[in-house]
Design a protein around this ligand. Structure first.
Ligand code: HEC
Length: 131
């Protein structure tokens, strides 16, 4: 009888601990982003950041990984600052964009991608809010 009870107690403690730790881990970056293109303040929600991460893996890292054959330099979230990433999506001057490599992405996809890259930019670690 002692075994199952102990397991329950351990599970309960684990749940309480994860509830206490998760928001703290999430607070390690900006929670909002001013988007210059739409002139709106965006909440960096978990859903949008997760979508942005997937879009980056599938639509950008397909070329921008180390040792790629496309001639694209290695890119990861920390390749640019928050301001730098905003500029990439606001100015739209990347060569691959002009060559049509972004054309499968909707305006909403690009906003989420920008959210994700901004949230993990090289200077984003200690910021809890950036307007
Ligand atoms: C078909 C391959 C390909 C895909 C897909 C692609 N790129 Fe590129 N990208 C390139 C190449 C080639 C260059 C020019 C060489 C360079 O600067 O890396 C480039 C340049 C860039 C630059 C300018 C370089 C710099 O450091 O500022 C940025 C920013 C960029 N890409 C971002 C992206 C993003 C964001 C995505 C996803 C939406 C993406 N790329 C998808 C091939 C690609």
């Amino acid at each position: 009888m002692k075994g199952p009870l102990n397991r329950k107690a351990v599970a309960a403690v684990a749940v309480v601990l994860s509830l206490a730790v998760l928001p703290a881990a999430w607070a390690g970056g900006p929670d909002r982003r001013y988007d210059p293109g739409t002139m709106t303040l965006r909440e960096l929600t978990f859903g949008n950041l997760r979508d942005g991460y997937k879009i980056f893996r599938e639509s950008c890292k397909s070329c921008h990984h180390r040792g790629n054959a496309a001639g694209a330099r290695f890119l990861y979230t920390e390749s640019k600052t928050m301001r730098g990433w905003n500029r990439v999506f606001y100015e739209r001057r990347a060569r691959c964009d002009r060559d049509g490599a972004w054309k499968g992405l909707s305006a909403d996809d690009l906003l989420k991608l920008n959210d994700y890259l901004f949230h993990s930019a090289s200077d984003a670690q200690d910021v809890s809010c950036f307007v």
